[in-house]
Ligand binder design. Structure first.
Ligand code: AMP
Length: 278
């Protein structure tokens, strides 16, 4: 496995690779969710390339960019174990050199949910991902359904700009009790870790009611909200039941629906989602 820190050095190695390339972009502090993307890429391609880059432009001023967890040594050992061929690990100045002034803005589907709670977030995500795609030149790139809106934004961007690669969605990997794996789970205290399960419980509650025939979104949302409000450590940012493609809220579930939520557990903001009807 080779670790490349500059675009020039990376391109020199990339040029030596023939056959299909699967790409897994990450912000590091890897867990089994990330590794699932790597394994899927491994199964479907001759070569796997990963990147580790904590992208400053997707964090708001009040967000956790500087405290975002990092452990490069451990990450690299995990990627090596999974037979990753190249790891692109640029410094901030490499990706955003002086004078950098080109941004990718995906409209409409970025207006709500994460985009509304985190202004500018998807502008940073789309820009860095587009740049990584240009540098890495993958045949396929792998993204987690855990970040459902991000996945929708990337698919929109790839389609709108006619980028020449496939986007592969990988199901969310969870802890044995159901909590979605996330690099940010490390911030949770033992008590908060227990409380964090309320996201998964709320999604399961919605699924349970839906399976019994409930189709009214307002009722489902209310049930989820009251469950979460009973958890003292939890503060709801949003609960959404929306069309999975447009991310517009719906009133009645009569086709596949994306149930997603963002909840603060103490000082840590967690997101999760599930699809109903697929
Ligand atoms: P991040 O390092 O948080 O930017 O995530 C990198 C990629 O891993 C994104 O495509 C995420 O959606 C994906 N990912 C993060 N957590 C999980 C998980 N629990 N299961 C599956 N994919 C995940």
């Amino acid at each position: 496995m080779k670790i490349l820190e500059t675009i020039a050095a990376f391109k020199a190695e990339r040029d030596k690779i023939g056959g299909s390339v699967g790409f897994v972009p990450t912000m590091g502090y890897l867990h089994d969710g990330h590794l699932e993307l790597v394994r899927r890429a491994r199964a479907e391609n001759i070569t796997v390339i990963a990147s580790i880059f904590v992208n400053p432009s997707q964090f708001g001023a009040q967000e956790d960019f500087s405290s975002y967890p990092r452990d490069t040594e451990r990450d690299l050992a995990m990627l090596e174990e999974e037979n990753v061929r190249l790891v692109f690990m640029p410094a901030i100045e490499e990706m955003y050199p002086q004078g950098f002034s080109t941004w990718v803005e995906v409209e409409k589907i970025t207006e709500r949910l994460e985009g509304e709670s985190r202004p500018g977030h998807f502008r940073g995500v789309a820009t860095v991902v587009a740049k990584l795609f240009n540098i890495v030149q993958p045949d396929s790139a792998y993204f987690g359904q855990k970040d459902a809106q991000q996945l929708a934004v990337i698919c929109r961007m790839v389609s709108d700009l006619g980028l020449n690669l496939d986007i592969v969605a990988v199901p969310t990997v969870r802890e044995p009790d159901g909590l979605a794996m996330s690099s940010r789970n490390i911030f949770l205290t033992a008590e908060e870790r227990k409380a964090a399960l309320v996201l998964w419980k709320a999604l399961c509650l919605a699924r349970g009611h839906w399976e019994k025939g409930q189709r009214d979104v307002a009722s489902l949302r209310q049930e989820m909200a009251s469950l979460i409000e009973h958890e003292p450590f939890a503060n709801i940012d949003y609960i959404s039941i929306a069309d999975p493609e447009t991310l517009q809220e719906i009133d009645v579930i009569d086709s596949p629906a994306l149930v997603s939520l963002a909840v603060r557990i103490g000082g840590t903001r967690l997101i999760d989602n599930t699809m109903l009807g697929v």
